[in-house]
Ligand binder design. Sequence first.
Ligand code: DP6
Length: 406
Amino acid sequence: MAPFIATTSAPVNIACIKYWGKRDTKLILPTNSSLSVTLDQDHLRSTTTSRADPSFEKDRLWLNGVEEDIKAGGRMATCISEMKRMRKELVEDVDASAPPLSTFSVHIASYNNFPTAAGLASSASGFAALTASLAALYVLPSPPTTLSLIARQGSGSACRSLLGGFVAWNAGTLPSGLDSHAVQVAPETHWPDIHALICVVSDTKKGTSSTSGMQRTVETSALLQHRIKHVVPQRMTDISAAILARDFDRFAEITMADSNQFHAVALDTAPPIFYMNDVSRAIIAVVEEYNRVALLPENGGKRKAAYTYDAGPNAVIYAQAANLKEIINMIAYYFPQQDAFKDPFDLFKGAGVGEGALVSGFNASVAKKWERGSVKGLIHTRVGGGPRVLGQEESLLGNDGLPLTT
Ligand code: DP6
């Protein structure tokens, strides 16, 4: 009998309207809705293989080749048991001849194609890939929005990685969380022109995790309550409209305002939380100056870049494809590169970024030139699709049910 096995990959997503705060920490129900852009898996992805077998003694999981402890009642255990429950209810209870996979233990191997040291959150793509691979293994008929309910219980932001393009996570109101799921605002094909430049900023100190940081904000920040009630609902409506109208200027304005408000509520937390560092703030100054020039009537009068920061110092700059080259040049001018830029879209035709350059009219004194390596590297990617089911040749588990060593 052929083994019961499936491999899928899932994307990273970076929010424009930030999720920050839970109203239920066990079910992972947020205090506000959020919205993100799914990034292309050709560049950044988590790949997960799941296998069910009656000979397996217990559920086991390996992350980048290292076995993780699946703690009873923990996030991984919850996702696995919820998926087994769905297999039983949706397949085995309906078709008595279906193999009883929900009763077998599973072995799961997951691999991120980006280094954890890059400081990019891998929990979103990781839990999305886990959920998608179990859904493929169990041949579940469930749409991505239903699967997002499970990924959400692994890590809140993971629910948005079940869909491609522009994705909203509706906070919902039910105590059960059944209406707290991800929905697609627009597919990647609607606005493929949206590119992202990830600026990997050096940081030695260990930051506050999202999970603990956001709970401290919920407990202590008065500003968060204002944000939840009076700011986010309107921004969700406005940014969705901007996306549907492909209005980059408005998209950028809202994205930057929301990143700044998220970092303001972090500062409003007691004791305060600082995720951005001096390099992060210098990138803000540079992008703001770039937009000041772009907003001049003679230059078109519209913003051309949008920065956003998660719970760490790295910047993600969203922009339209045609402007990426001058944005990369600008970042390289202030932050001389240490790692060679991969240039996946061949903007520099093999010549490399060099020392960068500024657009005409740019006031160079808005920031100093930083020492080489202050921005460790740049990753250029774009909006992309949702999880993919991969072929047997991509499997991360060998015939013995253990991770392949590659
Ligand atoms: C700043 O999803 O990592 O990236 O639900 O506790 O696992 P948990 O938190 P997580 O928080 C992400 C916070 C953020 C904003 C966002 O992605 O919306």
